[in-house]
Design a protein around this ligand. Structure first.
Ligand code: BG6
Length: 502
């Protein structure tokens, strides 16, 4: 996300993927590399090394990657570009439980890189389950593969970064013994979305928002990430995770921190990440009683989404029949700083809901009614600025306007900006920017250890309180609905209401 330098080609490097046979590699990483290749944004000297535990030939690997590319590409696949990309791929076998395999890998990498003239720059992408992060990193460190000796070495990992505050701290501490913070790129794919990156530009490249971006003008903020999909084949992972862990300390907090952070002094990674970390650590840490009062958790039961009948969450394969895991979470948070004192942030996210919608809605304070005192207050529509990525990327502004005619009738209208109407960008996976940034060494869009820990710290009271309460307090909601009815009360008791999701 570097200032206007997007067209620069990255340094020569090797792109080493652990977990090359997995879903993430096929669905997102290779299609993103393909899109970068198609935009001529891969290094001139480049190689992709696919690491798997089991031996496989280059042909087996490239056949499988090509199949994935054809299935998941976001644009038409040009055979010549795909061939050029896949020609760069080499399969290597390495298993962290067999240290000798990493010694052998190091030798093969050295030889391959000499041939490909990549200059020793290496990006290690751990597209593996989190249980692989440490064992793989330990072997990479032991064999000296993280050592930066005139060449750069980077480590890319995907969420989850821990499962609570304690495990996140332990993971960060263990990783930082092996590799330096500046080498670690913690990916949150929400930061690959255009509209999410655009929050920074909207706020800080326009003079008109900042003066009203505070408690004097903003009544509250609603952050919604609603999904139609149920849990599907991820029962085992999801049942030990739940909506809160899966979405809040990472994706929803990325949105919250970009909306709520103070203006950074410079547009560089250190300044931006410091401000994001600051605002996350200003989220008030609630007691367990407060956490229960300020949250609603729910689990979906049988319902319909369109024509599709969705079964009870508890009937999902590999989900416990008496599971109390939440598939919906709503929280009321407060940020303890001068800008946001008294401005609640309401967050909600859930699976198997009636619509897919991701939005940040900023509700401005009501106008004083002196001029229109004969109108019922509730007839004036609310002033919202809505930044959305789903169902369409864009920004909406809602305001009141006079209905044409002799009488003063007032109606709420919307001004809509849609990315696709203004810009003719090719559809992307959302990973292109992130992967490109890793290669050029720009970590502005990646999470630093302090932000990860601040995020877990804010959700920890909810995790603890919900664990203790078990089935007590777990609400149900019909698949295809807007979530548990009780979520409404979280706002109505403050005299507010959630935006209705059309
Ligand atoms: C992932 C979660 O990180 O994000 C999934 O593990 C969720 O459960 C997904 O579905 C949502 O991403 P998006 O981009 O579809 O909003």
């Amino acid at each position: 996300m570097t200032n206007g330098q997007k067209q620069k080609k990255p340094d020569p490097c090797s792109f080493v993927i652990f977990g090359v046979t997995g879903d993430l590699t096929h669905r997102l990483i290779i299609p993103a590399l393909y899109n970068l290749a198609a935009s001529d944004l891969l290094p001139d000297k480049f190689c992709v090394v696919g690491v798997a535990r089991k031996r496989m030939t280059n042909d087996e690997l490239t056949d499988s990657l090509l199949k994935g590319l054809k299935q998941f590409a976001t644009r038409r696949v040009d055979d010549a570009i795909a061939r050029r990309l896949l020609e760069c791929v080499t399969a290597i076998e390495a298993d962290p439980s067999d240290p000798a395999s990493f010694d052998a890998m190091r030798e093969r990498l050295d030889k391959l890189e000499a041939k490909r003239e990549t200059g020793g720059n290496r990006l290690f992408y751990l597209a593996t389950p989190p249980s692989g992060f440490l064992p793989i990193s330990q072997q990479l460190a032991r064999t000296g593969m993280f050592t930066e000796n005139g060449a750069w070495r980077r480590l890319v990992i995907e969420k989850p970064f821990g499962t609570d505050l304690k495990s996140a701290k332990a993971l960060n501490a263990a990783l930082l013994k092996l590799v330096d913070e500046h080498q670690i790129y913690r990916i949150d794919h929400y930061l690959g979305k255009e509209t999410v990156q655009n929050i920074l530009v909207l706020r800080f490249a326009n003079g008109m928002f900042e003066p009203i971006w505070n408690r004097y003008h903003i009544d509250h903020v609603q952050i919604t990430v609603d999904e139609k999909l149920g849990v599907g084949h991820r029962g085992s992972f999801y049942d030990s995770t739940g909506a809160l862990r899966d979405m809040v300390p990472n994706h929803l907090f990325q949105l919250l921190s970009l909306v709520a952070m103070e203006p950074p002094a410079r547009f560089d990674a250190h300044a931006v990440r410091t401000e994001k970390g600051e605002v996350l650590s200003a989220i008030q840490i609630q007691s367990e009683e407060e956490a229960l009062r300020n949250s609603v958790r729910g689990q979906y039961v049988t319902g319909r989404i369109g024509d599709v009948e969705i079964e009870d969450y508890r009937k999902t394969p590999e989900v416990r029949l008496d599971s109390t895991t939440e598939t919906y979470a709503a929280l009321r948070l407060v940020i303890d700083n001068w800008r946001w004192a008294g401005v609640p942030f309401y967050l909600r996210t859930g699976k198997a809901l009636g619509v897919k919608r991701t939005e940040i809605a900023i509700k401005f304070k009501q106008a004083p009614f002196a001029m229109f005192r004969d109108m019922a207050v509730d007839q004036l529509s609310q002033n919202y600025l809505v930044i959305s990525t789903e169902p369409a990327e864009g920004i909406d502004l809602q305001f009141n306007t006079k209905v044409p005619g002799p009488a003063i009738d007032i109606e709420g209208v919307e001004m809509k900006f849609r990315y696709k109407d203004y810009f003719k960008a090719e559809p992307s996976t959302g990973y292109e920017t992130l992967i490109y940034d890793c290669m050029i060494g720009d970590n502005i869009l990646f999470q630093r250890a302090d932000s990860v820990e601040a995020g877990w710290q804010a959700v920890q009271p909810f995790l603890d309180a919900w664990k203790k309460a078990g089935a007590r307090g777990l609400k149900t909601y019909r698949a295809g609905s807007e979530g548990p009815e009780e979520a409404e009360a979280l706002l109505t008791r403050d005299g507010r209401s959630w935006r209705k999701l059309a």
